[in-house]
Design a protein around this ligand. Structure first.
Ligand code: UDP
Ligand code: MG
Length: 332
């Protein structure tokens, strides 16, 4: 071992974690843009970890092709579509296990997150910031996507026990020690941006303009968006459970007032009758509905407990291609 004192400072290494789901027409353009942006920092080493999330198009073949021209490309392939959050997790796990990267950048592969912004993130990281998250100054998503996102983050802000920044996706740079912490969180219903906020360290925003998707279509249809939102709220808040008891107390108080009213009429105005079955009917359905909704709230938490208790692996890899070697099936 040479004396660390007179050795040239080791080159710092940045790993990109890049989830891919049906992005066949984006991959080449994206990789070119990324190579161009990273070329500005030839004092750093880069690794590009593409995670194919069970794509049904020729994304995987395109990714493997990239490796022939660029040995810095690593390709992981999940055995089926596990979803964006788990695809990113698989990439982060590889980097955390390997331990050679000094920082990791997570970004989408549809060119919505501009590669040159990731290099700005590196600049901030070098000043000592542990997490640089991309905050959208503007975004070109549909009105529907923007308004649902707004409502969701408003609710999350009010409910969650930790502060999760608004207008922030998963586009971010994390120092290696943050990645090590994040990969200790093994929950199944994953909400990575919440986990990153939860681990702490020094976090700062970098404003950027989010572009339109270059080609293909979103891999986040309404169904996935809803389950993602549920993971955010259920994973970081037990406020809905407390709301049940509050609602119960409110309804009970109301019924006491109602009872007093009935008693009053009965004693002091014997000629007047208290309105009957219509009121009872409506009240019954209202309470029945409320009770079912509240059971649903409890059920959602219970469902998460069940999933966690099963403790299944988060994802399965079907292929790993790294270090210039040929792709090989994953050994465990
Ligand atoms: N993605 C993924 N698995 C999925 C859906 C999406 O790995 O099941 C990837 C996708 O290839 C992209 C990123 O996650 O790189 C963000 O997805 P998308 O652009 O479809 O979401 P949006 O930008 O519309 O929210
Ligand atoms: Mg996108």
């Amino acid at each position: 071992m040479p004396d660390p004192g007179d050795a040239a400072p080791a080159r710092r290494r940045i790993a990109y974690v890049l989830p891919v789901y049906n992005e066949q027409d984006n991959i080449a353009v994206f990789h070119d843009a990324l190579t161009e942006a990273t070329a500005a920092r030839d004092d750093l080493d880069f690794e590009f970890v593409y995670v194919d999330d069970g794509s049904r198009d020729s994304s995987l073949e395109r990714l493997l092709e990239l490796r022939t021209a660029d040995p810095r490309v690593t390709v992981l392939s999940l055995s089926r579509n596990f979803g964006h959050q788990l695809a990113v997790t698989a990439g982060l796990d590889l980097v955390a296990e390997d331990g050679t990267a000094d920082a990791v950048i997570v970004m989408d592969t549809d060119l919505q997150d501009p590669p040159r912004v990731s290099i700005e993130m590196v600049g901030l990281w070098e000043t000592g910031v542990d997490v640089v998250y991309g905050q959208r100054r503007s975004r070109k998503d549909s009105v529907f996507k923007r308004s649902t996102a707004y409502v969701f983050y408003w609710a999350l802000d009010r409910l969650a026990s930790i502060e999760i920044p608004r207008n922030v996706g998963d586009f971010r740079l994390m120092d290696a020690r943050v990645v090590a912490e994040v990969s200790r969180y093994r929950e199944h219903g994953r909400f990575l941006r919440g986990i990153v906020a939860h681990v702490g360290f020094r976090q700062e925003a970098l404003l950027f303009d989010r572009d339109e998707r270059y080609a293909g279509e979103t891999g986040y249809p309404l169904r996935k968006m809803l389950s993602f939102a549920a993971n955010g709220i259920l994973g970081f808040s037990t406020a809905p459970l407390r709301m049940i008891s509050r609602l119960g107390i409110a309804i009970s108080l109301l019924s006491v007032l109602l009872a007093l009213y009935v008693l009053y009429v009965r004693i002091f105005e014997p000629d007047q009758t208290v309105p009957g079955w219509a009121f009872l009917g409506v009240g019954m359905f209202l309470l029945g509905g409320l009770q079912l909704i509240m059971m649903g709230v409890i059920g959602s938490y219970l469902g998460r407990v069940y999933i966690e208790a099963q403790d299944r692996p988060l994802y399965s890899l079907s292929l790993v291609a790294r270090d210039g070697g040929p792709p090989h099936p994953r050994r465990h």
